[in-house]
Design a binder for this molecule. Sequence first.
Ligand code: FRU
Length: 329
Amino acid sequence: KHQNEKYTIGFSQCMMDDVWRQAMMIEMNIEASNYENLEIIVRDAEENNQKQIDQIKELIRKKVDVLIISPNESDEITPIAVEAYKAGIPTIILDRKINSDEYTTYIGGDSYEIGKMAGTYASSLLPKEATILEVWGTKSTSPAQERHKGFMDGLDKNKNFTLLSIEGKWRKEIAHTEARKFFNSININNIDLVYAHNDVMALGVREAIIEIDSTLISNIKILGVDGAFGKDAGLEAVSDGRLDASFLYPTGGDLAIRIAMKILKGKPVDKKYILDTALIDKHTAKTLLLQSNQLINYQNKIEQQRKSMEVILNRFSGLRHSLFIILVL
Ligand code: FRU
C-alpha cells in the first residue's frame, strides 16, 4: 500500500461485556493511536458462535487487511477462521485457541503455566488435608482446559487434597448461581480454597458464600486469574482483599495491533507469541492498579488532544476553503 493509504484491521471479539475484554480493547486502542491511517472495525459476537461466524464472514467480505479473532468456542469457530486465512487474509488468533494451525499468528497468555503457579501457590496456603473447589471456565475453551491441567500438575503430591468442581462458563453470574446450587449438596464448611479460572467467577462464588454464611469467608482462600484493571476487575479485588491472589493473564491487545502492523508492512512475524504471567498478591495489585490508572489517564488526555486537534484542523480546512473562494473571486 502507498504511504497515505488507510489500513483496516477487523477484530472479531467473542464478547465485549466483560472487564478483561474491555481492558483488551483499551490496550488495543492505546497501541492503535500510535499509527495514522489505521481503522479498526470491531464486532462483538456476544458469546454466540453463529453470530461470530457471521461477523467473520462480513469482515472477510469487507476485505479487511488483517483479521484478529478472539474465538468463542474452539470447535465451532475453527472452520471460519481457517476460511479467512485461506482467503488470503492474514489472521491473528488472540486468547482462546482454534483446532488448526492454519492462521498467521497466535497471541495469548500461558494458561498452563498460570494453572501450575496457582496449584503450587494453593498448596503452599493449605494444610496437609484440604478441600479445593475449582471453578471452570467454559470447558470447551483452551484456557479452561490448560488452567485445569496446569493446576493439577502444580498441586503438591505429598498433600491430600479433595477436589470439587463446578462450571462457571467464564461468567460471574453463572459461577454465582452454580455455586449456590452446589452448596445445597455439600457441606460448605469443608471448603478451604476456591480456585476459579478467572477473577469474575471467583468474585461470583465469593458472593454466593457470603450469602449463605458471611462468617465463612475469612476461612476460605480465593484465587482467580486475569488480574485486569478496571472497575470490579481482578486488580481492584486483590488490592481490597476480596480475592487472596490472582495470576496475570495479559490480554495481548496491544501486541495484536503491533503484530498486525508488522504484517501490513511486510515484516516477518512469529507463529506464536506466548505472554508472561505473574503472581498478583495484595502488594503487587496496588502497584499495578496505580500504573494502569495512570495509563488510562494518559490515554484520555491523548484522546482529548486528538479531538481538539481535529477541531482545529477542520476549522483550518474551512478557512482554507473560504480563502480559496475569495482568491477565485
Ligand atoms: C473473558 C475471559 C477471561 C479469561 C479469558 C479466557 O471473556 O473469560 O476472563 O481469561 O476469557 O478465554
